[in-house]
Design a protein around this ligand. Sequence first.
Ligand code: ATP
Length: 249
Amino acid sequence: MGEIPKSHPRYASLMMREKVSQAMKKGLVHETGLIAHGRGEAFDYLIGEKTIPYADDAEKIAAAVLLCAKNPVISVNGNVVAIVAKECIILSESIPAKLEVNLFHRTDERMKKLTDELKLQGAKKVYGDAADARIPGLKHDRGLCDKEGIFSSDVVLVPLEDGDRCQALRDMGKTVIAIDLNPLSRTARTASITIVDNVVRAVPNIERWVKKLKNEDRKVLEDMVKSWDNSKMLKDVSSFISKRLNSLP
Ligand code: ATP
């Protein structure tokens, strides 16, 4: 997208759009992924397109949860691969956690394209292809997952999930960390930890916290996690947004 100068005030946002659009043309992103991205953009505008302190707190707790997990998995879809693939791979290595492709609109072709893209970008192992287990309560192919991956995980990081699947993962007893710019979505309200931030800022920031907390005493991490109140944080975010809107000139 050479015609957009770096000085354009919406440069970062326009480049992200371009990445999602290109990824759709390559068959990595489903067409509804463009709509989901647009909804995310609208909420990003409302929070000021930067990581707000409530999101940074959630990103720190997410790092602690991931470090304490026995079998953590990062679940990725087309949009995530389009805009934040490399950072997800880096995060998966530093925890360490497994990477699994998990799609709402699943086709073998798209699964293969996304797995190949992640490998091209440096992922050593990508789960999702075996599809030898099911998330109970989810009909059709969107319930498919890997026995060694999401199915047997205790903690799942789901950047951009839908509400149903988030609920189904919670019903399996898993700790679900969701990254969702919409604090009102069912996903945001169902997750154990919700990060109201753009995935492009959230994933590297979780990784920064993972590095910082890696050598921290486990008991300290567990205490941090125990004290997390997700519904309070969501209320705080809503009030942050309304105060911000009311104070705009
Ligand atoms: P739910 O089922 O949870 O109520 P939904 O139907 O809105 O949510 P989808 O449309 O499947 O969910 O997913 C899109 C969600 O992802 C939206 O809530 C949107 O705010 C969020 N989203 C889109 N792009 C980003 C992004 N780059 N970073 C973080 N969140 C994003």
